[in-house]
Design a protein around this ligand. Structure first.
Ligand code: NI
Length: 162
């Protein structure tokens, strides 16, 4: 188990467009494991490789005890709309309102290099969009509606980050 340092807003890694993964190497597998460890340790539900300083198209997500690895994800379809608070492990302790699709269909590769399709609604859809944005160098703060607030004011002591 290895916890990697999560880059924070202002770090240039969070502004770059990530590169496609061409080969799933043992290093890639280690990175993905570290990303899960880092995400769980931080109490998040999603993490993108640039957040740990690796500019590759890799995302891990676990919103409901179903862990997903998305390598080179491509959003195929979206529908509906949801407006609500989201946060980010790269902007600790803050949340802001973002409108996202309520349904997302994404294709990606898993760690075995097999392509698969993942469909998600509500939080999973929000998370997929949020993490795919990271791969384009986009933070939710660029899409936020209204003010960014402190999680303490929003949730009390309970925090949830993406
Ligand atoms: Ni994030």
């Amino acid at each position: 188990m290895a916890i990697r340092k999560i880059r924070q807003l202002g770090d240039e890694c969070l502004t770059k467009v990530c590169k496609e993964v061409k080969l799933i190497s043992p290093r890639t597998k280690m990175l993905v494991q570290d990303m899960f460890d880092t995400m769980y340790e931080s109490g998040g539900v999603g993490l993108a490789a640039p957040q740990v300083g690796i500019l590759k198209c890799i995302v891990v997500i676990d919103v409901d005890d179903n862990p997903y690895v998305l390598i080179n994800p491509v959003i195929l379809e979206t529908s509906g709309e949801q407006t609500g608070y989201e946060g980010c492990l790269s902007y600790v302790g803050k949340s802001g309102v973002v409108t996202r699709p309520n349904y997302v269909k994404v294709k990606a590769m898993n760690l075995e290099g097999k392509e698969y399709v993942l469909e998600g609604e509500e939080l999973l859809a929000r998370c997929i969009c949020h993490e795919c944005d990271h791969l384009e160098g986009i933070m939710y703060v660029q899409k936020v509606e209204g003010e960014i607030v402190n999680n303490e004011d929003l949730y009390g002591n309970e925090e949830e980050n993406e």
